[in-house]
Structures are given as structure tokens and as C-alpha cells.
Design a protein around this ligand. Structure first.
Ligand code: NZQ
Ligand code: ZN
Length: 385
């Protein structure tokens, strides 16, 4: 097992009715900015629950953080929050609202020039305004990690940052808040969480059987509960299990002491940046061809994954690996997530554009062995068409 440091200070408040307890988590004299998206929280009672819980607090609202949150929108929030001397933020929504709020809290205290530098040149975040989150969409794990992905519309860039200062102070996970999710977002959430686990698991063995089995247990639970969530999106127990899986998939626990890949996410973000395709769908396109392309170096873990998660144990190693990748594709497709670039009307032009961007950005050494270069990315994407 590799050396590791594990740090995760996020307090989780899980279960129905937990929104009410946020009043005890936020200082009584805080000047709060409540951030949210396009209005889903006003249709499912979440907004009212938050307002009721914070009726004795000072709360300013910032509405309209869009999916794949825009730097341009978030900078408006920063400007308003500074003017109103906001000293606590509350993100209410999916990964985009939580990620967007992480950028806002970091930008509030950024002392360099333009806070975009936090993303573009990885300028270090040395402090941030505290914030909490109320999650309404199980998918990203943003509610219990310190990462954030932000889009700049002007340049069609989608970049990530993270810092020890951008963990939420607390996150409420009430499965009832998910009852209004469109099926499309449930499918997205399952595939995003599933891919998060695979990116931390399908690498090479380092004799870490506990981490392997924890990753497999999240995969198996998503495989079981995911289809149920699509069939019964208002079943509390199903949504509770799905919600906790998505959080466990990317809160740092399964990653300790093992190599991680992340090339699929890195490449896939470009497809959202250029075409606005939902994050999970871009992963479903890139992952299968990346696994095929890197099957030699991922062989041992692919065989283990196939056997333990999909029951693939017959045939030659190559046949088992292909059957495993096929099973993964079939799972995604069964959730109504298409897995080829052409399904999204994206072709070679986009592949060339992404390659060009990576050349300009000097991208190199992706993957768990730092051996995925730009020419490999091109081949992986060409195989996805
Ligand atoms: O904006 P509203 O009106 O709230 O509607 C949202 C949005 O349209 C809607 N929604 C959310 N909860 C709902 C609901 N509709 C009905 N009922 C509810 N309970 O769902 C739509 C999508 O929301 P969004 O937040 O964009 O989805 P998701 O949670 O999948 O987040 C995706 C973003 O997270 C980033 C992605 O790149 C993308 O920008 N990621 C963040 C990560 C992290 N911080 O660790 C890791 C991930 O790999 C990912 O990159
Ligand atoms: Zn993701």
C-alpha cells in the first residue's frame, strides 16, 4: 500500500428532516448568502425548509448558478457578497451549485489578480469564507470533498481546482430532496459516481485489499440500487442508498494508499466545455475506449473488476477483459446513457480541437502511470466516435 494522509473535516447530516438542523451549524450572527440554481429547490419544498430553518438568521439569496457553473455568474455573486459583507455561504442544490460556491468562497479571499487564476495557473487558495451545503442531487461527491469544476463561457474552458479550504463545514443529505429529480439526472448521477470509483480502482494492484473491496462494494451497490432509483425515484430507502454511494465514491476514503487515474475525467471535461454535453455522458463515452486502450497496463484490475462485479470468469484474459468492458457499456446503456461520441453528434473535428487545446496547454503524463500523452488522448477519442 502507498503512504497516505487522509483529511476530511466535513460533517454529514444524513436523513429526512435534517435541513432543520442547519440553524445549529451556522453562527447566529452570520451574514449568509444562500446560493442555488435555476429554481428546482422552489418546486420541491427545499427552499421553504431552508428559509424556515434560517428564519432567525440574516440571509441574502443568489439564484441562477447554472449546470457546469459559469465563472462569469459566480463573479457576480462575489461582487454582491463583498458589498453585503457576507461571511457564510450556504449552497443548496447539485454539484454545480456546490462547486460554484467553492469557487465563490475562494475568490472572496483571493488576493492575487483575477480569481480565474485559481483555475488557469493553479494559484494557491490560502483561505476561504466558510460554507455549508444542502445536496439535492447524488452524483459528484462535491458535498464531501474539496474539489470544484468551473466553466468560463468566454473561452469555453472547464477547469478544476481544490484546496483544504474548500471543504464544506457541513453537508445535509436528505434523500427526500431527490424525489423531484428528472430521470436524466438520476442516470447521470449513477454513471458519474460509478466512474469516480473506477478511476480510483481500475489502475494496478498495490496490495490494498480493503480499498479494493470498498470500491467494489460501492460499484455493486450502485449496480443494484441505480436501476431501482430510476424505477422508483421516490423510494426513500433506494434514494438513501444511492445518495450515500455517490458521496462515498468521491470523499477520499476509497482513494487512500492506491494509485488513481482521472484521465477519463480530464479528457471528458473538454467535451462538456466544447459541446455542453452532461458531465456523466462525456464519461460514458471516454471511459470504455480508455479502458480498451490501456487494457495491458490495467489488466490485473480489469480482470478482478470483471470477476467480482460482473461475474466474468470464463475465457482467455483478453476475452474476459472485453466482456467486462462490454458489461460496463451495457450497464450505462441500460440507464439510457449513450456511450459513443457519434450518439452526441460529435466527430473528428472535435477530437482535433481537443488535441489542439491540449497542445496549447502543454498537457502530458495523464493516468496512473503518467503515460497517457496527447497522441494517446487522440487515439482514445478516435476510438470513441
Ligand atoms: O439548477 P436547478 O434548478 O437546481 O436544477 C438542477 C440542474 O438543472 C437539477 N436538479 C438538481 N437537484 C434537483 C434538480 N432537479 C429536480 N430536483 C432536484 N432535487 O439538475 C440539473 C443538474 O444539476 P448539476 O448540479 O449541474 O448536476 P451534478 O450534480 O451532476 O453536477 C455536475 C457538475 O459537477 C462537476 C461537473 O463537472 C459538473 O460541472 N463535478 C464536480 C466534482 C467535484 N466537485 O468533486 C466531480 C465530478 O467529477 C464533476 O466533474
Ligand atoms: Zn465526475
Amino acid at each position: 500500500m502507498n503512504n497516505f494522509t487522509f483529511y476530511n473535516p466535513v460533517k454529514i447530516l444524513f436523513g429526512k428532516g435534517q435541513i432543520a438542523s442547519i440553524k445549529n451549524e451556522i453562527p447566529a450572527n452570520a451574514r449568509i448568502m444562500m446560493t442555488y440554481g435555476g429554481g428546482s429547490i422552489k418546486k420541491n419544498g427545499v427552499y421553504e425548509q431552508v428559509k424556515e430553518a434560517l428564519k432567525d438568521h440574516t440571509v441574502l439569496e443568489f439564484e441562477g448558478i447554472e449546470p457546469n457553473p459559469h465563472y462569469e455568474t459566480l463573479m457576480q455573486a462575489v461582487e454582491i457578497a463583498k458589498r453585503h459583507q457576507i461571511d457564510f455561504f450556504l449552497a443548496v442544490g447539485g454539484g454545480s451549485v456546490i462547486d460554484g460556491t467553492k469557487f465563490i468562497v475562494a475568490a472572496m479571499n483571493y488576493e492575487g489578480g483575477d480569481p480565474w487564476e485559481i483555475l488557469s495557473i493553479k494559484a494557491p487558495v490560502t483561505s476561504a469564507v466558510p460554507f455549508g451545503a444542502i445536496l439535492t442531487l447524488p452524483a459528484t461527491g462535491s458535498e464531501m470533498n474539496s474539489g470544484s469544476v468551473i466553466t468560463r463561457v468566454e473561452t469555453q474552458e472547464k477547469l478544476a481546482f481544490g484546496s483544504p479550504f474548500t471543504f464544506p463545514k457541513f453537508s445535509v443529505l436528505d434523500p427526500e430532496t431527490t424525489f423531484t429529480l428528472p430521470l436524466r439526472q438520476i442516470s447521470n448521477g449513477i454513471v458519474d459516481a460509478y466512474t469516480h470509483v473506477l478511476e480510483q480502482y481500475l489502475t494496478y494492484p498495490v496490495n490494498a485489499p480493503l480499498q479494493d473491496r470498498m470500491a467494489e462494494s460501492v460499484l455493486l451497490t450502485l449496480k443494484e440500487e441505480g436501476p431501482k432509483a430510476l424505477q422508483n425515484p421516490q423510494d426513500y430507502d433506494v434514494m438513501a442508498n444511492f445518495m450515500w454511494c455517490a458521496t462515498m465514491a468521491l470523499n477520499g476514503v476509497i482513494r487512500v494508499g492506491v494509485p488513481t487515474d482521472w484521465a477519463t475525467h480530464y479528457i471528458a471535461h473538454e467535451l462538456t466545455a466544447l459541446h455542453g454535453i452532461d458531465h456523466a455522458r462525456t464519461l460514458a463515452v471516454v471511459l470504455p475506449s480508455l479502458l480498451r486502450y490501456k487494457q495491458e497496463s490495467k489488466k490485473a484490475k480489469l480482470l478482478q473488476y470483471g470477476e467480482r462485479v460482473w461475474g466474468v470468469n470464463a475465457g482467455t484474459e483478453d476475452e474476459r477483459i472485453e466482456a467486462t468492458i462490454q458489461a460496463t457499456i451495457a450497464f450505462f446503456e441500460s440507464l439510457d446513457i449513450r456511450t459513443r461520441l457519434s450518439d452526441y453528434e460529435v466527430g473528428e473535428d472535435t477530437v482535433k480541437a481537443i488535441v489542439q487545446r491540449f497542445h496549447e496547454r502543454g498537457v502530458k503524463d495523464l493516468g496512473e502511470r503518467s503515460d497517457i500523452q496527447i497522441e494517446d488522448i487522440e487515439e482514445i477519442l478516435m476510438k470513441s466516435i
